[in-house]
Design a binder for this molecule. Structure first.
Ligand SMILES: [Zn+2]
Length: 339
């Protein structure tokens, strides 16, 4: 495989209308997806892949029957409401959209057999748990993909750099031998509040979970230090690398968290491409979160990285010494096996 590996992007024009986000940022979510596909078509060479909707049986493989029934029922209501305590919306026809979004992962798995990288911009719903929706996520498409790959005997590594800890995804895989590197904003209160470093997994999953919580306001240099833990992916030698490349850690994101620029997401892409080359692993990427004016740009910068294209157009952000020392200390403890 070359650094110009083959890229497929899952796309359906229905994506332009789908958002499960809170009404206050719904328009931002939709704008980001529209801008993304426009920019991608201008700047990248890729195969556009139409997703096949999933079935209700697929949904029942990862979510409780009561929850699936609830999703179906609210989908018939003529108004918009909340699936949870006030973040994730339901609206008329949401059930079909959930099946489309979940089906995109099935399609991604199918196409990853002959493409190096498959990316689903409207995916990466890592907060949903077995029994409930959470944090704009009505379905856990990432867990679905990872569990399906495990069933097929694959060796899976997950790199989740969304600014919010992927609590649902970690729950599903906590006792599974899936390597999980989670890099997110963390102070114990920032949504969803989970992600303590000492949570390393249980049973067959013991030692496979890395919660690399970055203090709020961490910049590009701190993110790069966190990415040094990708060495663990190389040692793990997976057949598949799932990347939740949420771009909501950008400094201009409306859900203020980290202080990153698009440079960080480009660096992530370059590093994942290298991992894919040295291990031979297929890469399945997700758009994750992103609620700012630079979201689409950061998504494309990530994909450019995957294609081996260096894109550092923003002025890099620097992290203060106190925060940087914390990040370095945490990463060092993980590297040396002290946590
Ligand atoms: Zn997020």
């Amino acid at each position: 495989m070359s650094s110009q590996g083959l890229l497929g992007i899952i796309w359906h024009d229905r994506y332009l209308e789908i958002s499960f986000s809170h009404p206050m940022i719904r328009d931002l979510s939709k704008r980001r997806i529209r801008e993304f596909i426009e920019l991608a078509r201008q700047r990248l060479q890729f195969l556009e892949i139409r997703p096949e909707p999933a079935t209700e049986e697929d949904l029942l493989r990862i979510h409780a029957r009561e929850y699936v029934t609830k999703l179906k029922e609210v989908s018939k209501l003529p108004y918009v409401g909340f699936l949870d305590e006030g973040d994730t919306v339901h609206y008329p026809g949401i059930f079909e959209d959930v099946l489309l979004v979940l089906g995109a992962t099935k399609t991604a798995l199918k196409y990853s057999e002959f493409l190096d990288y498959v990316y689903n911009p409207l995916g990466g719903f890592h907060h949903a748990t077995y029994g409930r929706a959470l944090g704009f996520c009505p379905v856990n498409d990432v867990a679905f993909g990872a569990l399906e790959l495990l069933r097929r005997g694959a060796k899976v590594a997950i790199v989740d750099v969304d600014a919010h800890h992927g609590n649902g995804l970690v729950d599903y895989l906590y006792d599974k031998p899936v390597l999980k590197i989670n890099v997110f904003a963390y102070d114990g209160r920032f949504f969803p509040g989970t992600g303590k470093p000492e949570e390393r997994g249980i049973g067959e999953g013991k030692g496979f979970n890395y919660n690399v919580g970055l203090p709020l306001g961490s910049g590009d240099d701190a993110f790069e230090v966190a990415l040094s833990l990708l060495q663990k992916v190389e040692e793990f030698d997976p057949t598949h690398i799932i990347v939740v490349a949420g771009v909501d850690g950008h400094k201009d994101d409306e859900l203020k968290s980290l202080n990153l620029t698009c440079n960080s997401y480009n660096l992530l892409g370059l590093k994942v491409a290298r991992l894919s080359r040295v291990t031979g692993a297929k890469v399945i990427g997700y758009g994750g979160g992103g609620y700012g004016r630079m979201s689409a740009e950061c998504m494309v910068a990530f994909l450019e990285g995957l294609k081996g294209i260096r894109n550092r157009t923003e002025i890099p952000t620097e992290t203060g010494k106190e925060i940087m020392d914390k990040v370095k200390g945490l990463v060092e403890r993980f590297s040396k096996g002290l946590i």
